[in-house]
Design a binder for this molecule. Structure first.
Ligand code: ADP
Ligand code: LRH
Length: 484
């Protein structure tokens, strides 16, 4: 059976890619374009370089068109997913006010007390079911000086708007705003009113699988894609796409979507909005097909990548890579091998601490956190990396246990997907800490989820999430880690 072709634009906080998915009885991916992503600092604030990202999307779609031509078939549609929460403000003409702020900017955090004073954390949770994070969209919007005549487009919706000229808000990502009713699956308009946000601040909702629009003529010309090419809504929240492609073969699984953050939880049919759930800070984000992603946003490999950035900077400042200061800038592979040789049972940190959110000197922050709890941590990179990974594994174990207890969902296997599924030490430590088998992979689960929801909408993939997951499992066998 000839494969049908779909393009995925998948941008995480640390990198983006454009991928061509080949869908027949199996689903295979060809990565045609990769590019880095990260926050940029300007005048003391943190932004995303949206114009730069959009240029990479165009380049990637051009490569996708060429790749499809070589394979002998058209790209049937394009799906877009990115990190959640952040947005750009667009006026009536469609002009953006400025680059989107990054959630790592502190402007949301300073609004928390005021918003909680108006709405109350318990009332917010009863309706939205959203984990409290200081950067949730609701807090960022509360810091906007003037929203008159503006619409807020979440990042994937902003890209879809640039491609099609159509403004919609995809529902899985809407569920991360703090302004979305988890039970009704609609905007929580009473919260918008209470915060004096314009009634039509966000464009109308759209569900994964529905068509957003077709490419603008200029975009089609720029990318060499046919003018009628559709942009289809997928789980535009990257985590929603990743969870859709977890290669579970039974009902009792937990997942860890491991990248910049670790999204740790279970899939449910209905939200858990109890006081116990709020206290444990679990989120009820929307998944594809109306599922609930009952999870916690746990610290992630950001801790490691920020350490690596700091060490590379120190090595650079010291003048040579293997400097007298003893701070060689090791590669990720070397660091992980060195961390694996460190003894177990070292100090642990709370990977969720709010002072790890902003970019900065992470090795020192981590050592300070260990010291604050009466421990000590050596400055050697291997010791610091081991502390991060031991702490992540401990947090995963606690979170899986709590997710199961609070929701009643049993768990007999843990799937780790995303970039972090390549981290063998982390996978093994997670198996050890949880006492459960871990299945690692696919690395590109997010893109697979993106592609499969498009393929299903085009009649090229089966109807249920269970069947889609079986397809992923058959096409991309994972690596198993048993507890030791
Ligand atoms: P995001 O979507 O948040 O940008 P990814 O899912 O792309 O994140 O994961 C990026 C992370 O994956 C990196 O920070 C790194 O720790 C990890 N990673 C990438 N490649 C490897 C590798 N070869 N071995 C171990 N870990 C890796
Ligand atoms: C992961 C992610 C996560 C959000 C965070 C802002 O990329 O989308 O689900 O909590 O970024």
């Amino acid at each position: 059976k000839a494969a049908r072709l779909f393009a995925a634009v998948d941008i995480g906080a640390s990198s983006g890619r454009v991928i061509v998915g080949r869908v027949s009885d199996t689903v295979q991916l060809d990565v045609v374009h990769r590019f880095p992503n990260g926050v940029t600092a300007r005048n003391g604030n943190l932004f995303w370089d949206f114009d730069g990202l959009l240029a990479e999307v165009f380049t990637g779609l051009g490569k996708a068109a060429a790749h499809a031509a070589a394979l002998g078939g058209p790209i049937e549609s394009i799906g877009i997913d990115t990190w959640a929460v952040d947005y750009g403000l667009v006026d009536e003409e469609g002009t953006m006010a400025g680059p989107p702020y990054s959630y790592r900017d502190g402007r949301g955090a300073v609004q928390v007390a005021r918003v909680h004073g108006l709405l109350g954390p318990d009332r917010l949770y009863e309706t939205t079911g959203l984990q409290h994070l200081p950067f949730n969209t609701i807090f960022q919007l509360a810091s906007e000086p003037d929203l008159t005549g503006r619409q807020a487009l979440l990042i994937p919706d902003l890209i879809a708007f640039a491609l099609t000229g159509v403004r919609r808000t995809e529902s899985t990502n809407a569920s991360t705003t703090g302004l979305f009713d988890a039970v009704a699956g609609e905007w929580a308009t009473e919260f918008m009113q209470a915060l004096h946000l314009p009634a039509r601040l966000f464009p109308p909702l759209i569900e994964p699988g529905e068509t957003i629009g077709t490419l603008l003529p200029a975009v089609a010309a720029l990318t060499d894609l046919p003018p009628g090419t559709k942009v289809v809504a997928v789980g535009s929240h990257d985590t929603a796409s990743a969870v859709a492609a977890v290669p579970a073969t039974g009902p009792n699984f937990a997942y860890i979507s491991s990248g910049t953050w670790s999204l740790v939880g279970v899939e449910l049919r209905a939200p858990v909005l109890t006081e116990a759930s709020r206290r444990a800070n679990f989120t009820n984000e929307r998944g594809v097909d109306g599922t609930i992603r009952y999870l916690r946003n746990v610290g992630g490999l950001w801790l490691l990548s920020e350490c690596m950035r700091t060490w590379a900077q120190e090595a650079h400042d010291a003048g040579s890579p293997a400097s007298a200061a003893g701070l060689p800038a090791l590669s990720l592979e070397e660091l992980l091998a060195a961390a694996a040789a460190e003894p177990a049972g070292g100090p642990l940190i709370d990977v969720d601490a709010e002072n790890f959110i902003a970019p900065g000197d992470m090795p020192n922050r981590i050592r300070a956190a260990v010291k604050a709890t009466g421990g000590t941590l050596e400055t050697r990179p291997a010791a610091v990396v081991r502390c991060i990974l031991d702490s992540l594994a401990a947090a995963y174990a606690r979170t899986v246990r709590e997710a199961s207890a609070l929701s009643g969902q049993s768990v007999d296997v843990i799937h780790i997907v995303g970039g972090g599924s390549q981290n063998k030490l982390l996978c093994q430590l997670t198996a050890n800490a949880t006492g459960l088998p871990v299945i690692a992979g696919p690395v590109e689960a997010t893109a697979l989820g993106n592609i499969l929801i498009q393929a299903r909408a085009a009649g090229a993939a089966p109807a249920t999430l269970t069947e889609l997951r079986a397809m992923v499992a058959a096409s991309h066998p994972g690596v198993q880690y048993l507890p030791r």
